[in-house]
Design a protein around this ligand. Structure first.
Ligand SMILES: [Zn+2]
Length: 189
């Protein structure tokens, strides 16, 4: 498996048997803990670093992720184990992803990638945040208060609260602090 070093942000390859244990990062030489599973926070699947779970359905789990090559947020859908072992489902999953990638419309979430990383089938797509929500997120990351955000975006404080509520729902974060800690990965490095 591969994971992102929490110290230097380099990508490290280890044996699957080393999950959850402490290893020395080959980039910065610091002792770091390997994520406890292939889909735990910090694990790398294809071109994507998993940040945290944002949704769960019958066929799999959706994670908030970060695309390494293009340095952008993404939603990463991972096919559940029992389906990943069923070739019919895998073919359907890839077909669905390819069909989605052909659609190009401002109101439709854009497909980024589909693939198989050592038995883990994934489908990456645009993370569905509106332009207003992205503005809001940047201001939150700058530690602005609700009234400062309202002033910067020329909206009422109630509208700010409304957008923050939607952001928490879309990202599955419990509160503002958690939201800021997850998203700071996108904007700080
Ligand atoms: Zn490191």
């Amino acid at each position: 498996m591969r994971f992102q070093c929490p110290v230097c942000k380099g990508i490290v390859s280890v044996e699957d048997s080393e999950m959850g244990s402490s290893v020395q990062c080959g980039h910065c030489n610091k002792q770091v803990t390997v994520p406890s599973s292939r889909t735990a926070s910090g694990s790398v699947i294809g071109d994507f670093i998993i940040l945290h779970e944002i949704g769960r359905g019958g066929m799999g789990v959706v994670y908030l992720a970060h695309q390494i090559s293009l340095d952008r947020p993404a939603a990463l859908k991972i096919l559940a184990d029992n389906y990943a072992r069923n070739s019919e489902f895998v073919v359907g999953f890839i077909k669905e992803a390819r069909a989605a990638a052909k659609l190009n419309h401002p109101n439709i979430v854009q497909a980024y990638a589909v693939g198989d990383d050592d038995g883990i089938f994934y489908f990456a797509m645009e993370h569905d945040l509106s332009a207003r929500e992205q503005d809001m997120l940047r201001l939150l990351l700058e530690q602005k208060t609700n009234s400062e955000i309202a002033g910067a975006l020329f909206i009422s404080e109630n509208t700010v609260k409304f957008h923050i509520h939607n952001l928490l729902q879309k990202t599955g974060c419990k509160n503002r602090k958690e939201l800021i800690s997850y998203y700071s990965v996108y904007f700080t490095d």
